[in-house]
Design a protein around this ligand. Structure first.
Ligand SMILES: Cc1cc2nc3c(=O)[nH]c(=O)nc-3n(C[C@H](O)[C@H](O)[C@H](O)COP(=O)(O)OP(=O)(O)OC[C@H]3O[C@@H](n4cnc5c(N)ncnc54)[C@H](O)[C@@H]3O)c2cc1C
Length: 384
């Protein structure tokens, strides 16, 4: 057996790298091992949209300038399923950075902070008193499982996968766009609702374009997933702005939505990011929640080694409790596309509502009762 690691992190996406970075930030002497089955840089199916809220997390992790060489994306346009549209400058700009670049930078930053990074696919896990043994030879005081939507560690500790009704699936690709395109475009679809297509310009004359929907809606079609996802993206492309080339590098993946989140771990194993089903059910945004939960998991593992899970649950509740209850409720209301039509129509008229919806969709925002009432009123009016 190896020596004992203070923390072993499984998966080096944003959640895992954030956990490793935070652990060494809190205790520069602690031994942290970051495992990933892939060699970095590696691609990951994603829209590559990095919200301002995620950059705030990067700053907390001591990496405020990680994306400074990438152009910010100041505008966001959202079209509702019924055609209401808002296009406005966001209060704090988002970024669009391909995951091949973003994730590799995080891993490099972790390595530079003294984290040991190894290529290793985790297959087994055993609780042994105050330790966890991985694959028979890696011994850890605590484990952060950040191994993504189809988390093997989650399965190994007996936490069931997200139910289909709380899982989305989306495809993304890249296409050429005008180099000065600086607007993130989201076009929601009433067909197979809830569903939407997007174009997120990278800033180098290309954009990440994609289409996603709930897994049961895809299954209902009875057709191969690839045919539906690729076909609908091709059909919706003309709505996404000036796309100048065919879409290349198509890649799809599941999004486990927070409306179906499980207990966030067992014993000394803490689930973070997609492994904890923390993707926003309204937008499909997951990077911010991955960075945040990874950070909180490390804080619990290093700060409360006696009972890290209890500390982690408390941390998650403080940071995201109200927000998650808000998005649970909104995801239910949004089953009626008319609710989203009303919300976007209100946001188009009132900047503070637009800003608030951005905070709810991309960050830890909540909805004040007065605003909920204004949207509900408009929604009801549309019925009468
Ligand atoms: C098409 C699509 C578009 C999206 N668009 C956006 C967007 O624009 N903005 C946004 O914020 N979010 C978006 N998301 C969600 C976002 O991609 C995820 O929420 C985010 O990647 C979660 O990060 P993570 O670190 O939890 O997991 P991941 O990024 O999936 O990283 C998990 C890592 O674990 C490794 N791993 C897996 N199994 C093992 C194992 N057994 N042993 C060792 N390593 C293992 C993998 O190789 C991987 O590197 C999108 C998702 C999809 C599918």
């Amino acid at each position: 057996m190896d020596d004992v690691w203070d923390l072993v992190v499984v998966g080096a996406g944003p959640a895992g790298s954030a956990a490793a970075l935070r652990a060494r930030q809190l205790d520069p002497g602690c031994r942290v091992l970051l495992l990933d089955r892939a060699a970095f840089p590696r691609d990951k199916a994603c829209g590559d949209g990095i919200a301002a809220h995620a950059r705030q997390e990067l700053a907390l992790l001591g990496l405020p300038g990680l994306l400074d060489d990438h152009r910010p994306t100041p505008r966001l346009s959202v079209t509702s399923p019924g055609g209401a549209r808002v296009s406005a400058v966001v209060a704090r700009p988002n970024h669009v950075v391909p995951r091949r670049v973003f994730d590799a930078r995080l891993v490099e930053a972790a390595r530079a902070r003294g984290v040991e990074v190894r290529r290793h696919r985790v297959r087994t896990l055993t609780a042994l008193g105050e330790h966890v043994v991985i694959d028979g030879h890696l011994v850890a005081r605590a484990v952060v499982a950040a191994d993504g939507a189809n988390s093997a560690v989650r399965r190994l500790i007996g936490v069931p996968p997200s139910p289909d009704r709380h899982t989305a699936i989306a495809v993304r690709g890249y296409a050429d766009v005008p180099p000065d395109d600086d607007e993130q475009v989201i076009v929601m679809q009433s067909e197979a609702w809830p569903a939407y297509a997007w174009s997120f310009p990278v800033g180098d004359g290309t954009a990440n374009v994609g289409y996603g929907l709930l897994l049961p809606m895809l299954r209902q079609t009875g057709r191969p997933g690839r045919e539906i996802l690729h076909g609908r993206l091709a059909r919706l492309l003309p709505l996404l702005g000036e796309v100048r080339s065919p879409v290349r590098d198509l890649r799809a993946h599941h999004l486990p939505l927070s409306s179906g989140r499980p207990v966030p771990g067992a014993g000394r194993v803490l689930l973070a990011g997609d492994a904890a089903s923390l993707v926003n059910p309204l937008t499909g945004e997951g990077i911010y929640y991955a960075l945040l939960s990874g950070r909180l998991a490390a804080e619990a593992a290093i700060g409360s080694p006696g009972d890290p899970l209890r500390a982690y649950r408390r941390g998650l509740r403080r940071a995201l409790g109200r927000h998650l209850r808000t998005t649970d409720a909104l995801a239910l209301a949004a089953r009626s596309p008319g609710f989203i039509d009303a919300a976007i129509a209100v946001a188009a008229r009132r900047t503070e509502v637009f800003d608030l919806l951005v905070d709810v969709g991309l960050g830890a925002g909540t909805v004040p009762p007065r605003l909920a009432a204004a949207v509900a009123l408009r929604w009801l009016k549309n019925f009468t």
